[in-house]
Design a protein around this ligand. Structure first.
Ligand SMILES: *[C@@H]1O[C@H](CO)[C@@H](O)[C@H](O)[C@H]1NC(C)=O
Ligand SMILES: *[C@@H]1O[C@H](CO)[C@@H](O)[C@H](O)[C@H]1NC(C)=O
Ligand SMILES: *[C@@H]1O[C@H](CO)[C@@H](O)[C@H](O)[C@H]1NC(C)=O
Length: 425
């Protein structure tokens, strides 16, 4: 591997304070309707796929029946297009009466009866992105309404809002949620809407939100996944230090199980979202998903990386020969290494994995497990090991590396890496 330049930062400043609502100690896992079901309100001709209470109830049933809840997926989240266009006589939001005849409280009770949690959607501005009522001027009322309904998560969008008021609006809603006395997971889009004009203040965002979108909406395509990874790599020194227990960067929904990604590309999304300590919010149709996608989404080894209790987001640590190496510090001084093959022509290609910057923890020895493409124990390795990974075009190899304690200073790199490592590519 040529041109690996890794400069270890010595910034040891403790991570900024997170929103203190007791939630998001690890990134959220669940399901969110948007990418797959959009604003489909046509229940007359498309009753199975329209935004209605039936969709969430069916998804809740399937999440229990098919092992999703056991795998850790717990939130079922409503996105835009659920409300009526009018607030009620008391100024409260109300669900569309035709599509949600039971109302949100009843839906939340149903979801809770399955051992799951319900998420809902609102907007910091005067309207939601699809033109339903926004919360500007109603933050306290709407927070109380959501709490009264028993809602567990709020995704708060940023359409129809002057960017100069974004921070004020997001902070006000965070306080309004806190004032209800019910812990509600708060998902923000504040930096996404602010980046267009200004570099957002991630200290303030972390104090306010449990996770936050930075970049454009995901689409059902490999090019969308790649542009999210590129944006993340090129802004990592700004955004990665903001992530930790209580608050996470959100690269948007998991689209595995839909139409746009190949087998290898699905593995890449799952591996890289785990490395990025991203929320795992699937937007797919769990009622009809292929076995391979299901197995990948429920892969307990990848989920363990995603949910690692150390709570450090990974970095892109090297770009070489059309490979990208991404590494995430894990608990017990371990690291996860992902190798993405970005050459979209030809066949599988090999990379000498011991050239990855994090391989330094293999001094004197380490124990290596490959998780993708197939789970394999690769055994004891050393600094000098000539271990190669073979990666398909647009696929990813994913490994965990555990140092074997002994003599020497083999914790050196890791001690830096877990304290906001900065790497220049
Ligand atoms: C509200 O904020 C306070 C202070 O940060 C915190 O101690 C409390 O747990 C929060 N309550 C809820 C319901 O989020
Ligand atoms: C946004 O807010 C700024 C500062 O309050 C104001 O000068 C500007 O006119 C506003 N823009 C719009 C489009 O409302
Ligand atoms: C960013 O937000 C933090 C916390 O709210 C605040 O203390 C700090 O002054 C802000 N930084 C800037 C540059 O505005």
């Amino acid at each position: 591997m040529r041109t690996v330049i890794s400069i270890l930062g010595i910034i040891l400043s403790p991570i900024a304070l997170a929103l203190d609502n007791g939630l998001a100690l690890t990134p959220a896992m669940g399901w969110l309707h948007w990418e797959r079901f959009l604003c489909n309100v046509d229940c007359d001709t498309d009753p199975n796929n329209c935004i209605s209470e039936r969709l969430y109830m069916q998804m809740a049933d399937v999440m229990v029946r098919d092992g999703w809840r056991e795998a850790g997926y717990e939130y079922i989240c409503i996105d835009d297009c659920w409300p009526s266009h009018q607030r009620d006589a008391q100024g409260r939001l109300q669900a569309d009466p035709k599509r949600f005849p039971g109302g949100i409280k009843k839906l939340a009770d149903y979801v809770h009866s399955k051992g799951l949690k319900l998420g809902i959607y609102g907007d910091v501005g005067v309207n939601t992105c699809a033109g339903y009522p926004g919360s500007q001027g109603y933050y306290e009322t709407d927070a109380q309404t959501f709490a009264d309904w028993g809602v567990d998560l709020l995704k708060f969008d940023g359409c129809f809002m002057n960017w100069t008021s974004l921070s004020e609006g997001y902070v006000k809603m965070s306080k309004a949620l806190n004032s209800t006395g019910k812990s509600i997971y708060y998902s923000c889009e504040w930096p996404l809407y602010e980046w267009i004009f200004n570099q957002p203040n991630y200290t303030a965002i972390r104090e306010t939100c449990n996770h936050w979108r930075n970049f454009a909406d995901i689409y059902d395509s490999w090019s969308a996944v790649k542009s999210i990874l590129d944006w993340t790599a090129s802004h990592q020194d700004t955004i990665v230090p903001a992530a930790g227990p209580g608050g996470w960067n959100d690269p948007d929904m998991i689209i595995i199980g839909n139409f746009g990604l190949s087998h290898d590309q699905q593995e890449s999304q799952m591996a890289l979202w785990a490395i990025m300590a991203a929320p795992l919010l699937m937007s797919n149709d769990l009622r009809d998903i292929c076995p391979h996608s299901k197995e990948l989404l429920q892969n307990r080894h990848i989920i363990a990386i995603s949910q690692d209790p150390l709570g450090k987001q990974g970095y892109c640590t090297a770009k070489v020969d059309s490979f990208e190496v991404w590494e995430r510090p894990l608990s017990k001084h371990r690291i996860a290494i992902a190798v993405l093959n970005k050459q979209e022509i030809g066949g599988p290609r090999k990379l000498l994995i011991s050239a990855a910057p994090g391989w330094k923890i293999c001094d004197p020895q380490c124990n290596v497990t490959r998780i993708l493409p197939q789970y394999t124990e690769l055994g004891i390795q050393t600094l000098q090991s000539k271990l190669f990974v073979t990666v398909n075009p647009s696929g990813t190899a994913l490994l965990t590396v555990s140092p074997i304690r002994g003599f020497t200073n083999n914790m050196h790199w890791h001690d830096h890496s877990v304290k906001d490592k900065h790497t220049v590519l």
